[in-house]
Ligand binder design. Structure first.
Ligand code: NDP
Length: 251
């Protein structure tokens, strides 16, 4: 139980990758706060798995500040911060209207920034901390048909790399995990969009994602969670400012 006594906060922790991360951190001994907008989903996940729910909209700075303050008041300083909440929708440039662009940036980038900044204020009162952001392989390479998403996830990696420089030599590390196609609701929601974009049926769209992975399968949320847990454990003390791809060799 390497993380016993640590307070971890996972945004978007009520579903998919975030829930898998929350459960893995809890298995390693952490007290885990999960956040999201939908109280019912959070409460269900929290009571099923012994996690702590906190409603919070990452697109709203005041909501993030309040949500994190309430979590810190209840469970102490956040020592593990996982900005995971995100939206993923592919749109061509001509269909990327300003509202969609801002919505994507506000959720995937502003939200992560506000979360990290608020969490760091409490983490800095301790002598150990980890920030592990959930970016995407779309944050490392351009994802065709998803300019806004790709830009937001590139931005997130830039934020993590810069913070790792700012805090170099401190007891706090900053890394990003970059998944390929992971079997969650995001994939289910995107199948229709991808099939419309590529002019293929839903089964073909899904198999395009499976085929992108050189192991010919979607990735399980637990595989992403394992990487995050390792980045929060003692074996990764010297890993800072890095990106880890969990993508089955997708290029
Ligand atoms: P889910 O849709 O299951 O998870 C997204 C989570 O983010 C939900 O719990 C949602 O909760 C939360 N969220 C979204 N918007 C907001 C908001 N404004 N405020 C607070 N919480 C919000 O999909 P995944 O688990 O797949 O996605 C998790 C992360 O992984 C995302 O950042 C995604 O970009 C990234 N990722 C996913 C990949 C995949 O193939 N699945 C691949 C690469 C990266 P609620 O709606 O209740 O607010």
């Amino acid at each position: 139980m390497t993380l016993t006594g640590k307070h971890a906060l996972v945004t978007g922790g009520g579903t998919g990758i975030g829930l898998a991360i929350a459960r893995a951190l809890q298995d390693a001994g952490a007290e885990v706060t999960i956040t999201g907008r939908r109280a019912e989903i959070l409460e269900k996940a929290a009571s099923a798995h012994g996690l702590h729910p906190q409603t919070m909209d990452v697109r709203d700075e005041a909501s993030v500040v309040e949500g994190i303050a309430a979590s810190v008041a209840a469970r102490g300083p956040i020592q593990i911060c996982v900005p995971n909440a995100g939206i993923a929708e592919g749109r061509s440039l001509s269909k990327t209207d300003t509202d969609f662009w801002h919505r994507t940036m506000a959720t995937n980038l502003d939200g992560a920034f506000w979360t990290i900044r608020s969490a760091m204020a409490s983490m800095k009162t301790t002598d150990w901390g980890r920030v592990v952001a959930i970016s995407s392989i779309a944050g490392l390479r351009g994802l065709k048909g998803a300019a806004a998403y790709s830009a937001s996830k590139h931005g997130l990696i830039g934020l993590i790399r810069a913070l790792s420089e700012d805090y170099m030599g401190s007891p706090f590390t900053f890394n990003a995990v970059c998944p390929g196609y992971v079997d969650t609701d995001i994939i289910t929601r995107n199948v229709d969009a991808i099939s419309a974009r590529a002019g293929v049926d839903a089964d073909t769209a899904r198999s395009m994602m499976v085929d992108a992975n050189r192991h010919k399968r979607l990735i399980a949320p637990d595989e992403v969670a394992a990487a995050v847990t390792w980045l929060c454990g003692p074996g990764s003390d010297s890993v800072n400012g890095q990106t880890i791809e969990i993508a089955g060799g997708q290029v």
